[in-house]
Design a protein around this ligand. Sequence first.
Ligand code: CDV
Length: 315
Amino acid sequence: MREIVIGGAQMGAIQKADSRADVVARMIALLDQAAEAGCDLVVYPELTLTTFFPRWWMDDPAEIDQWFETEMPGPDTQPLFDAARKHGIAITFGYAEKTPEGRYFNTSILTDKEGNIVGKYRKTHLPGHSEYDEDRLFQHLEKKYFEPGDTGFPVWRNLDAWMGMCICNDRRWPEVYREMGLQGVELITLGYNTPTVNSQHGDEGLEKRLYHSDLSMSAGAYQNATWVVGVAKAGVEDGHPLMGGSIIVDPNGMVVARAKTEEDELIVHACDMDMCNFGKATIFDFKRHRRIEHYTRITGQTGVITPDQETRSAE
Ligand code: CDV
């Protein structure tokens, strides 16, 4: 048995006016709870340190830059790293990263129990748009403020397990889980900021949004025989509702812990990494069962090409 007690640290709303220090204090309060609960690892949401700023149109580079971190840890986040080291708890959280070269990414990091950063992932699937879209109920400008991640989907050895990360919209793409599954991943952590309604389809409300979130993570877990922990930033941010629904999913795709609120809330489960072994050795033994000769479209094309279009372009 290789048990990792995992805490999913769902965060309630973070308003535009909230300082990094306010947010880090809330993160440390959850970490203290996690220590009481015997956690080895705590998972926080996407863009944990700020409101979900891509909902706002901004032109002024200085106004944009205020949401980004240029160092990690920096002065505001050092207390979080100190608290994690004091408790001997590994952490993972998302933040907006501005690199020394002036590149902008939606990033997540993973530490060991001593507070050393052992992994960094940059979000690949950026949803939304880069121009102002007046047909939407609200803006989702990730494509304006970030460039697509350049990391791929690495997996790291941490706490005697193979761990990987993805971020929010990534959880809806099966390729993400399979990329990590092919590296033997045993735990995938991710954070999200998911509005309770679809900005382009007002009828798609909370129930369907929660279902799609669960469905994506449960399928990814089962089909790759891995634990998946998905953690929300929830509640009403600057008048915009974000859903909760943080879950811990076992390698059979079963939800074993679920948040009940849209506030700061810790969910905890003792996750045995050896539970991954059965699926990886049987129905999802990739080496024996995958048929890559039939998967060329997966990396060879992005959009749909129907058979009649294929014929026409060959003529
Ligand atoms: N932050 C996100 O990536 N949010 C998307 C929304 C826009 C659908 C998500 O997939 O949850």
